[in-house]
Design a protein around this ligand. Sequence first.
Ligand SMILES: *[C@@H]1O[C@H](CO)[C@@H](O)[C@H](O)[C@H]1NC(C)=O
Ligand SMILES: *[C@@H]1O[C@H](CO)[C@@H](O)[C@H](O)[C@H]1NC(C)=O
Length: 428
Amino acid sequence: MAASTMKLTLFLLPLFFTFSLIISSHHPLDPLTPSEFKKVRTIVKKSYPSGFKHNLTFQYIGLDEPDKPDLQSWLSSKTKSNPPPRQAFVIARLHKETHELVVDLSNRYIISDKVYGGNDGYPMLTNDEQTAASALPFSYQPFIDSVKKRELNLSEVVCTTFTVGWFGEKHSRRAIKILCFYKEGTANVYMRPLEGVSLLVDLDEMKIVEYYDRSRLPMPKAEGTEYRLSKQKPPFGPPLNGFVIEQPNGPGFKIDGHKISWANWDFHLGFDVRAGPIISLASIYDLEKATYRQVLYRAFVSELFVPYMDPTEEWYYKTFFDAGEFGFGQLAMPLEPLTDCPANAEFLDAYYAGEDGTPVKISNALCIFEQQSGSVMWRHTESAIPGELITEVRPELSLIVRMVATVGNYDYILDWEFKPSGSIKIGV
Ligand SMILES: *[C@@H]1O[C@H](CO)[C@@H](O)[C@H](O)[C@H]1NC(C)=O
Ligand SMILES: *[C@@H]1O[C@H](CO)[C@@H](O)[C@H](O)[C@H]1NC(C)=O
């Protein structure tokens, strides 16, 4: 009996260690994992099963962060044994209503479900519904006729989505405008609009509800609109020949799950489908107190507003919320090694949930690297002391966390730059 118990214990021990390792490596601020997205989907779908006419769509799924006091007290506890409950925040759309759900992932149930109708609470757009809406004009006869009337080739037309803005309407539908462009002879499609033609799509019905062909302006020429150096003659190449960035001993920063430490900095790097990168608990080492001091609890780009301020029919509504309507995170581009980020960069993948709730992976969504600008952060030479020449120079080094979100024809390069001097610089 004793022997078999012993065997059992020995057998269970590695299992136990693996298990506790998995638990302890999970920081309460870590973004939802692919399996957690699937769990959320399963839990919500059980309450809202697939319908014949309408299915619930997931407009947003993200971590429902623990409240700051709860997290702070967990952080200051010695054992870190009872992490705050793991919860997801979900915004879903069903029957022209928006549901705000909080889902408990450990006990697998919906904690709360708030419902909003009408103008209250139109959620973020999903990539999927925009793709579906952009395809509608191609089977819509009045649009096909407009293209014909302009003597254009329908196969060379591309359409894309534009949010409608809000101008104080009491009642409106959840809708999106569609504008179309001509790609014949150029990749620079925004230079060749089918100006005067616009469509309005009801996203809940996923059908065209308004159509305008107001005017016929000449189509700008494709010549001279190319922006790719590689397509121009003579070939221009970036002058990177022979330029080497080397860190023979490896990077000076450490990535442990989502925790990053470098020089005198320590912070958590999260990812959200709407905001993109989220920096939390940024702490700097205090030499006098010989301990880390938290200087920033949580930071992210909360919004990027792009109002065009042109009163004409096809332009007045262009008042884009590029983060809140289109989602910086879901529009994060896979970063190209050596061009988007230097040779010494490390890359992190990111995940978000698509409209049906299943996880979508963005490879190389974030990169982290040390940068030496060539500038001097601090220096002094003391030559007033006879017989001594004291020189100290501290080069300007920084740690960069980068993500690129492409919203329509805008590429936003988001840089979070940490400096040993204690400053955090945000560049867009
Ligand atoms: C709803 O979901 C079911 C099962 O996933 C699918 O077969 C059906 O086509 C969907 N209905 C709509 C209207 O999208
Ligand atoms: C229209 O465009 C398609 C795709 O680019 C091309 O194959 C076709 O020849 C074009 N038709 C005309 C009439 O130019």
